[in-house]
Design a protein around this ligand. Sequence first.
Ligand SMILES: *Cc1c(COP(=O)(O)O)cnc(C)c1O
Length: 459
Amino acid sequence: MNHKVIIEPFRIKTVEKIKMTTESERKKLIEKAKYNTFLLSAEDVIIDLLTDSGTSAMSADQWAGILKGDESYAGARSWYKMKEAVQNMTGYEFILPTHQGRAAEHLLYGRLGGKGKVFISNTHFDTTRANIEFSGAIAIDCPIPEGLIPDLDYPFKGNMDVKALEDNILKYGKENIAAVILTVTNNSGGGQPASLQNAKEVGEICKKYGILYILDSCRVAENAYFIKQREEQAKDMTYLEIAQKMFSYADGTVMSAKKDALVNMGGFLALKDEKLFESLMTTLIITEGFATYGGLSGRDMEAIAIGLKEVFEHDYLHYRITSTTYLGERLKDMGVSVISPIGGHAVYVDAKAFYPQIPVEQFPGQALAIELYKMGGIRAVEIGSVMFGSKDGNGNFVPAKMELVRMAIPRRVYTQSHIDYVVEVFAELIKHKDKVKGYKIVWEPPFLRHFTAHFEPVG
Ligand SMILES: *Cc1c(COP(=O)(O)O)cnc(C)c1O
């Protein structure tokens, strides 16, 4: 039978209570949180779609692994399990565990970067860019032009523009390029996949100029699902084989285990080159911990080893991607404008199209995030002018390229009825959308204002 209803390929063994709130309670709570969804207590949220990072539900096998975790300081059994799982997935021999993805980034990009150095990526994720710029180097994004058109249906909007890559290598000089980073899926570009063909072409260019090629592989399993669906050469490969092929083109990888390793904390750096590995190990020991645990407990490493296997199972990946797509497609059916095709881990709503009456300087994305909370207790995040807006030399407001609201889906956490509830809340928001007004910032910190800024309704 070809069923339409998406059923979760798991049963629920442990439950966590959701505190239900009323609309009038939520109106007070969001006012108290200065109209910033980051300042809400998680307890007061019904469906939390703030991020898919570190919010996964672990399996019974992973929890069993937690008890088996070996907490020995050096050479723990759990470390060997994690190392073997990472080696099996990547094909790289040299592995350094870290407490999360950005620690691996800091280690590698801190070493390779510095003043005068240049990194090139399809799109640098924000912690990636921050680590590169913190070292004094510069980070250049080279997404394909198709990736920047929100409603264009294109199978691999996460691809790197290889022509722009080569132009930049020639412009800055190959000796100044510290590394080329392919992020899969492209998080900042809407969770869109990059193709095997693209990963290969990027590798060929890096080889031609002798440049280090790194995969940011946080969502490599989700990316593999899209490749199997959309790329002819991969249709008979398993998801793991697709990932292995992708890794084979590169020289190393940085991964946040908080995404596709299905755990709540962890990360690693994996490399082909022994010299680079050895030179980073000393820094790892100084900053993170001994080389066989990084910043991780034995139990964390045990859970990562298991998660890296579970994430490539067909039933899991199929449910994961179809469930995210389902949410996006239902919203589209109701006339809500979303980034298409729907990416792997999140649905991005075009808030400027949803609330055309709200000028960009009054943050339509923030207004939508607030309405989602007030109406349904749903927490999402603005990715628009609150996050990326700026001022020019004359103090004039410069808006972000797009005014989006991101709803990221935690892995294995919410059921189909939770997703249907989100759709229902949107149907209600549509009825009242003409009356919604914008917001103004009444306090902001000097950096990363979206996390802590205070807002007030306009008018
Ligand atoms: C989450 C993420 C990181 C950083 O990982 P953390 O575990 O949050 O430190 C790096 N790159 C991408 C693409 C990510 O999504």
